[in-house]
Design a protein around this ligand. Structure first.
Ligand SMILES: C[S@@+](CC[C@H](N)C(=O)[O-])C[C@H]1O[C@@H](n2cnc3c(N)ncnc32)[C@H](O)[C@@H]1O
Length: 335
């Protein structure tokens, strides 16, 4: 059954667009042999639409921050581009802040149908158009009537760049925005600390099991960062936070880069990885962060583990080399 549902998701992602959520679901039903029971439809939706949407929609601080930034930066008469509509929330906030019109694109088709319904239910259908496309495929003059005055996008994951924020903004700046367009978020920084946590290490690496050496299995360990709610794991931070990366989304090239910074352990111990997080400056002085002390953010922190833990001494500096790709951040430590 799972294979059939996976096939249905693959098909659905490649289908031409449907008129409504009902015709999308009817088409799905034709591709699940015994018809779509409520349960199998829900399983398909679970594969297409991550559950974090709900935690995100209920993150009051996040919502308030985006709403305040839009109030501060939207000028009446603006044409706003919203990349990644989701429920349509930021598009509706932009209208409330005075935008003349909002074009909001979204890559997951069923999400676009529901966003339209939400916008209609909130009486804003005449000001917001939902375009069912990836932002890189938007056509100026068709999907977007003219270059936009303001871009808003919340395509941000726990490590800032994994959902495509950098290529999304870079492409929008080149193809979809006026030269002096405002961008929300305006800037971001990434901070990291050295992380000691054998329990977190054990969720991604193995060495010995029941007396057998199983370390070759680490070939399959996750090498990129992954989300952890750090407050829920036994751990120690062996260094104060260090700034790893800094972005100005309006002016920087937003290309891959390698940065080297010094990090001095404040405690001796064993480094199992790095813990990192972002600080977003949405503009107008409005900050949003998933720093470890922010327990209510729906964003967890990012961890990148090292297969070979590294013993460090308090006061003896290390070099951290940070390789930032378009959608990745990778740390390496050398004495
Ligand atoms: C983190 S959610 C934010 C949703 C909404 N803007 C909000 O803040 O509540 C990001 C949404 O962007 C969509 N998305 C990601 N990259 C996209 C792209 N390049 N073009 C269009 N949609 C994208 C995802 O499918 C997801 O629905």
């Amino acid at each position: 059954m799972t294979d059939i549902l996976d096939d249905a998701v693959r098909l659905a992602n490649a289908w031409p667009l449907h008129e409504s959520i009902e015709s999308f679901e009817a088409n799905l039903a034709r591709h699940v042999p015994e018809g779509l029971s409520g349960n199998s439809l829900n399983r398909i939706y679970r594969k297409m639409i991550p559950r974090w949407h709900f935690a995100m929609l209920n993150d009051v601080a996040r919502n308030q921050a985006f709403s305040s930034a839009l109030q501060a930066l939207t000028r009446s008469g603006d044409l706003v581009l919203d990349v990644g509509a989701g429920s349509g929330l930021l598009a509706m906030m932009a209208v409330r802040a005075g935008a003349r019109a909002v074009v909001s694109c979204e890559v997951v088709e069923p999400v676009t149908h529901i966003a339209r319904r939400i916008i209609e239910a909130n009486g804003l259908a005449d000001r917001i158009s939902i375009v069912p496309k990836r932002s890189s495929l938007l056509t100026l003059g068709q999907d977007l009537p003219a270059r936009a005055d303001l871009l808003v996008t919340e395509t941000v994951d726990c490590g800032l760049v994994g959902e495509g924020l950098l290529p999304i903004i870079r492409h929008a700046r080149a193809e979809l925005l006026k030269e002096d367009a405002r961008i929300i978020p305006a800037r971001a920084k990434v901070f990291f600390s050295l992380l000691e946590s054998s329990v977190i290490h054990r969720i991604n690496f193995a060495k010995e099991a029941a007396g057998f050496d199983v370390s070759l299995f680490n070939r399959f360990s996750t090498q990129e960062y992954f989300p952890v709610r750090i407050s829920t794991w036994d751990h120690a931070l062996l260094s104060p936070p260090v700034e790893a990366l800094s972005f100005d989304f309006r002016h920087d090239a937003l290309e891959p880069q390698t940065v080297r910074v010094s990090v001095t352990p404040s405690r001796s111990g064993v480094v199992h990885g790095v813990l990192f997080w972002f600080e977003l400056d949405l503009g107008g002085g409005i900050l949003l962060s998933n720093a470890p002390e922010n327990l209510s953010s729906h964003w967890m922190q990012a961890v990148q583990g090292f297969e070979m833990p590294l013993r460090v001494e308090a006061g003896r500096p290390l070099c951290a080399e940070i390789n930032q790709g378009l959608t990745s951040i990778h740390f390496a430590l050398t004495p």
